[in-house]
Write a protein that binds this ligand. Structure first.
Ligand code: NAD
Length: 479
């Protein structure tokens, strides 16, 4: 039993408990593994250890934290193939996307190690007014304290890295709770963290059933909750602990705008290729997957035909195979839900240009046009390999269409015109505007996060470090 079941990590140590759960493959078939479910005493031990180690950990020299993070980064790179296989098995992500995720996680840890060495705060003049003559302020960034990190299934390694690495970089202990569908990648990372000399208690990785999460979320010994996942769960957590520092990285219905000046055949081919790759690749299960394509009417017909061709060229298949670009969705229920939204839109007047059929957890990559206003496939987060295309007349209408959303994570704008780029940046109510590419572009050092229903706060290594700390000011007089 113990050999077959992956242990959780309580204060860094491997622990097997009284309960286990299978980790199912999205496609069905044999489980990808079995994982220990934390008993209440394991949760207590992890939280208590984080609480007690916090002062010591905050004082750990920067070089020790930086070296530990750099070590994990190197080991992630060395473990690339093994880890990619785990991500494929438990998440159904195509192997080429899984390898890219391991590379990004290695970058996230490397960046955090680099930032840990220069992380300090700032020095501020106070003699800018007569009352401040002879004074200076030293603003030191101080950890807010132990963090509860909660992560989703769709990037089961790199989103865990985005919680763990910045916390360790600023000296904040973290208790990480991975998604129930994909705990094995996070626990693999735990094995690499265990090779470092970070103090016991500075990190734990635990599986906890959703219905047992409230005591953990409300525990006062974890003053920070950093959540990535769906809106309803995230906002529910915020309501539960209004006095805690809560960061929410939630979903969206990301749009791409193709402007009138992006009109050569080469331009439109590039846009179509990127839209298809990041609209239906990895089954559309990214918070910044392309969902809404808003194209100027002058380029719409040509773009539409190219997008359909590119989507048809995507390979829906076994995620272990090199040529596969999209595998199953995370489970049958997710595919059923997305399929029902397509049916609802079609019943209301939308047309399917390609795709639209479902087989168990596999949903064919789907392109829709004539989607009526208010259809869920457009208005809500579809989180599936489904694109909705619409034509607009001019930039004003395009930007208004992007903003006509309850979400605001990122947007892509295909234009050659610098004025249009600045206009989009000024007027779009989103966390990031990507010019010349799709909204799905993310570099791990960028500030990343949303407006409106897409969340509160920012990640991206340095920005997460800011989020996990606060300024404590020392005013010196007589300087
Ligand atoms: P989810 O909200 O179902 O689950 C996310 C995490 O919350 C899981 O670990 C889950 O076990 C946990 N959880 C569920 N109920 C809880 C509760 N009552 N208390 C505490 N924790 C609870 O999301 P998911 O289906 O795993 O992931 C998909 C969602 O994540 C999509 O909406 C996607 O857009 C979003 N996402 C956002 C980002 C971002 O950075 N903005 C990145 C990736 C995914």
């Amino acid at each position: 039993m113990q050999l077959e079941t992956t242990p959780i990590r309580v204060a860094g140590a491997q622990v097997w408990g009284s309960q286990t759960q299978p980790v199912t493959r999205p496609d069905g078939g044999d489980p990808a593994g079995h994982v220990t479910v934390a008993d209440p005493e394991h949760v207590e031990a992890a939280v208590s250890a984080a609480h007690h180690v916090a002062p010591e950990f905050a004082g750990l020299p920067a070089h020790r934290r930086a070296d530990a993070l750099a070590h994990v980064s190197r080991r992630l790179t060395e473990s690339r193939e093994d880890l990619a296989a785990v991500i494929v098995a438990e998440g159904g992500k195509p192997v080429r996307w899984a390898r890219a995720e391991v590379d990004r996680a290695a970058a996230t840890f490397r960046l955090a190690g680099e930032e840990a060495r220069r992380w300090v705060g700032d020095l501020q003049r106070l003699d800018t007014d007569p009352s401040g003559e002879g004074r200076i302020a030293l603003n030191r960034r101080v950890s807010r304290g132990p963090v509860l990190g909660i992560t989703p299934f769709n990037f089961p390694l790199n989103l865990v890295a985005h919680k763990v690495a910045p916390a360790l970089a600023v000296g904040a202990p973290i208790v990480l709770k991975p998604a129930p569908a994909t705990p094995l990648s996070a626990l693999f990372l735990g094995g690499l963290l265990a090779e470092t000399d970070l103090p016991a208690g500075s990190w734990s990785i635990l599986t906890v059933p959703n219905e047992r999460m409230n005591p953990l979320v409300t525990d006062p010994r974890l003053p920070v909750v950093s959540f990535t996942g769906s809106g309803p769960v995230g906002w529910g957590i915020r309501d539960l602990v209004p006095r805690k520092h809560v960061t929410l990285e939630l979903g969206g219905n990301a749009a791409v705008v193709v402007c009138a000046d992006w009109n050569s055949l080469a331009d439109l081919q590039r846009a179509a290729q990127r839209i298809a790759t990041f609209g239906v690749g990895q089954a559309g299960q990214s918070c910044i997957s392309v969902q809404r394509v808003i194209a100027d009417r002058s380029v719409f017909d040509q773009l539409r035909d190219l997008v359909v061709a590119e989507v048809q060229a995507q390979v829906l298949g076994d995620p272990e195979r090199e040529e596969t670009t999209l595998g199953p969705m995370i489970d049958e229920r997710a595919a059923q839900r997305a399929h029902s939204w397509i049916t609802e839109a079609v019943d209301a007047g939308a047309h399917v240009l390609t795709g639209g059929r479902r087989d168990y957890a596999r949903l064919e990559p789907t392109v829709l046009v004539d989607v009526p206003p208010g259809a869920r496939v457009d208005r809500d987060e579809v989180f599936a390999p489904v694109l909705s295309l619409r034509a607009v007349d001019g930039l004003d209408e395009a930007l208004a269409a992007v903003n006509d959303s309850d979400f605001g994570l990122q947007v892509g704008v295909f234009t050659h015109d610098i004025t249009t780029a600045f206009r989009a940046h000024r007027d779009l109510e989103v966390g990031g505007v990507i010019v010349g590419d799709v909204p799905s572009y993310r570099a791990d050092q960028m500030p990343y996060g949303g407006t409106k229903g897409s969340g509160i706060g920012r990640e991206g290594v340095r920005y997460a470090m800011e989020d996990l700390t606060y300024d404590r000011t020392l005013v010196l007089t007589g300087i």
